[in-house]
Write a protein that binds this ligand. Structure first.
Ligand code: GLU
Length: 301
């Protein structure tokens, strides 16, 4: 693996005509120019390779769900699973359809409803500030840098326009699957989604999940295995099957255009390009992940 390979992927991506469309329902993200790209790869030998805008912070959005899940499993263990399932949904990230059919128990912790419940669990007995500090602290420890922050403007932008998420939270509450007031849990969830990272930082953070670090890890091996399984089956919503088919690695996308991809014991990969495809996953980022998997043969299959 060399930086040349990443540069070739970068150059190939810049030949694309279609870069997708940035998330329109979050005004702060809607105006971001789509023709941007970054990729970072951390390897087992400690090398970290980069191409493109790898030092430009972007909104990690749903990639944060990986870290809030890790924090929740770390603190509450298997308690989460009485309130959230572990099956792919086959529906869009903000769908309400299955919630109604399945009595308010979200399919998995990566669809919005499941992530809102995960945040609600993490809030137990604590203020939003403390729960957010725990998620941010975990990410900073994983990435080994304190220079990772929440963008309040993005959080506010989503709070003002996030009608879908509000509907989901109230629906969860009506089924007794929300222990805090919807606004409190949602406010925490929106702030968690508004964390900004560069691909360089995100790839560094992914090393614990890829089990690349010798010695004590921030995430236990058992939790890392389980989070990877969920990333593989549910990390790209109703695009998860296609991502597994094209890339063959666990991945988690966010509507900010970021994707964290894990090649277990081999590499931690972070990709960013803000234009999205029909499933709400980065258009160019998904293409780049497929190119990388093809070149490196890192597919787990
Ligand atoms: N904050 C976004 C939302 O709740 C996250 C969705 C995503 O990144 O897929 O709608």
């Amino acid at each position: 693996m060399t930086e040349r390979i990443l540069q070739d992927i970068h150059d190939e991506i810049f030949r694309l005509d279609d870069w997708g469309t940035p998330a329109q329902y979050i005004p702060e993200l809607a105006c971001i120019p789509p023709r941007q790209f970054a990729i970072s790869v951390c390897l087992a030998n400690g090398d970290c390779l980069n191409a493109g805008a790898s030092d430009r912070p972007f909104s990690i959005q749903s990639v944060s769900k990986v870290f809030s899940l890790a924090a929740t499993l770390g603190r509450f263990g298997d308690q989460l699973w009485s309130r959230v399932g572990r099956e792919p949904s086959g529906t869009s990230f903000d769908s309400v359809v299955l919630l109604e059919r399945e009595n308010g128990r979200p399919r998995n912790p990566f669809v919005n409803a499941g992530a809102i419940v995960t945040t609600d669990v993490l809030l137990a007995g604590r203020q939003p500030k403390q729960a957010l500090a725990e998620v941010l602290g975990l990410i900073r420890a994983m990435a080994e840098t304190d220079d990772i922050h929440i963008n309040d403007k993005v959080a506010t932008s989503e709070r003002l326009t996030g009608a879908r998420n509000k509907a989901l939270a109230h629906y969860l509450q009506s089924h007794g699957n929300l222990q805090n007031e919807p606004d409190l849990t949602l406010g925490t969830y929106f702030h968690q989604c508004a964390i900004e990272m560069t691909t360089r930082q995100l790839a560094l953070a992914g090393r614990s999940l890829a089990r690349l670090r010798a010695g004590p890890n921030v995430i236990s091996p058992r939790h890392a295995r389980r989070i990877n399984a969920l990333m593989m089956t549910c990390g790209h919503y109703d695009g998860s099957g296609e991502f597994a088919y094209q890339v063959g690695l666990p991945g988690k996308s966010g509507v900010g255009g970021g994707i964290l991809v894990i090649a277990p014991r081999v590499a931690s990969i972070a990709i960013w390009s803000p234009g999205l495809n029909l499933y709400g996953n980065s258009h160019a980022g998904t293409r780049a992940a497929a190119m990388l998997a093809q070149t490196t043969c890192w597919s787990v299959f």
